[in-house]
Design a protein around this ligand. Structure first.
Ligand code: PMP
Length: 285
């Protein structure tokens, strides 16, 4: 697949050439957000954990009260057709469900619910040595927002905190939750290693990522003890290794985190490297 190849996106049951895959400027979800989406990755023509992503997409839609006219089987089939039609081997795949442009009212029964599945070339990780900074923006509590929901409504924070971090010379933002505990990054979950233990925040106010769950399972299989706990930002100073996980970034090593006092620099990456290698084996099985 090259950038010049024709790409066909799946939109409401039809294949549409990428160049004409456009929507109206009056699109409800553009103005009021509330779209839901997934980020998936195909390896050798097969989407890793497609069922899990599809279930999460439908759960997110339910949280955002989107009455999706497609069921689980329809969405799986649409993905398979997309792969075949475009002869995809490796790609990042983006299904999105959104409200249409039929009305500018916040609530209106004429609003359509649409599904599209697009894809882009999956780029290799650009940076395995991330420099993160804790942002002053906090993740909301789960009674302010359905925290397991992948909605565009939630990502405005990631965009703002991401730009803020870049402007300050960092690669990305690390969020604390509303109680001041370490939560997640803009599009990834975080892990630490200390004395050979794998430590990660409890996923009670942020996305319990599919990659996060996969890494925990891999670690347990390898006999690595996994501790899920609430982590105060100052604890970061004591940890040995750090990495982030996500479908797009996979397992990405962290060089340092500014945790409010200074940059903590992580020294070794023995367990990170093992988990990276095992994850790469698994996605290509
Ligand atoms: N947190 C956020 C906010 C994300 O956007 C993502 C990427 N989907 C993740 C964590 C990691 O989730 P996953 O491993 O399911 O891709």
């Amino acid at each position: 697949m090259t950038e010049n190849d024709s790409h066909y996106f799946w939109i409401n049951g039809d294949f549409v050439d990428k160049k004409s895959a456009n929507i109206s400027v009056l699109t409800h979800s553009l103005h009021y957000s509330g779209a839901v989406f997934e980020g998936e990755k195909a390896y050798n023509g097969k989407i890793f954990k497609l069922s899990e992503h599809t279930n999460r997409l439908l759960d997110s839609a339910k949280s955002m009260m989107l009455d999706v006219p497609y069921n689980f089987d329809d969405i799986i089939l649409a993905h398979k057709q997309l792969i075949e039609k475009n002869n995809i081997s490796d790609a990042y795949i983006r299904p999105l469900i959104w409200r249409g442009a039929e009305s500018m009212n916040i609530v209106n029964s004429s609003l359509s619910v649409n599904l599209m599945i697009a894809f882009v070339k999956s780029s290799p990780r650009s940076n395995d040595n991330l420099k993160l900074r804790i942002t002053t923006w906090k993740k909301p509590s789960s009674d302010s927002f359905p925290t397991q929901c992948k909605s565009s409504a939630h990502y405005a924070m990631g965009v703002v905190a991401g730009i803020e971090s870049r402007n300050l010379g960092y690669d990305g933002a690390l969020f604390l939750d509303h109680k001041g505990c370490v939560a997640e990054c803009a599009t990834s979950n975080i892990f630490f290693v200390h004395n050979k233990f794998l430590i990660t925040p409890v996923a009670d106010t942020f996305l319990n990522g599919i990659t996060r769950q996969t890494i925990i399972a891999i670690a347990k299989n390898l006999g690595i003890d996994v501790i899920e706990k609430h982590i105060a930002p100052t604890e970061i100073a004591y940890y040995d290794e750090c990495f982030v996980t996500g479908t797009a970034v996979e397992v990405n090593g962290v060089h340092s985190i500014y945790y409010g006092i200074k940059d903590k620099i992580f020294e070794q990456n023995e367990i990170t490297t093992i988990l990276m290698q095992e994850y790469q084996k698994l996605v290509r099985l």
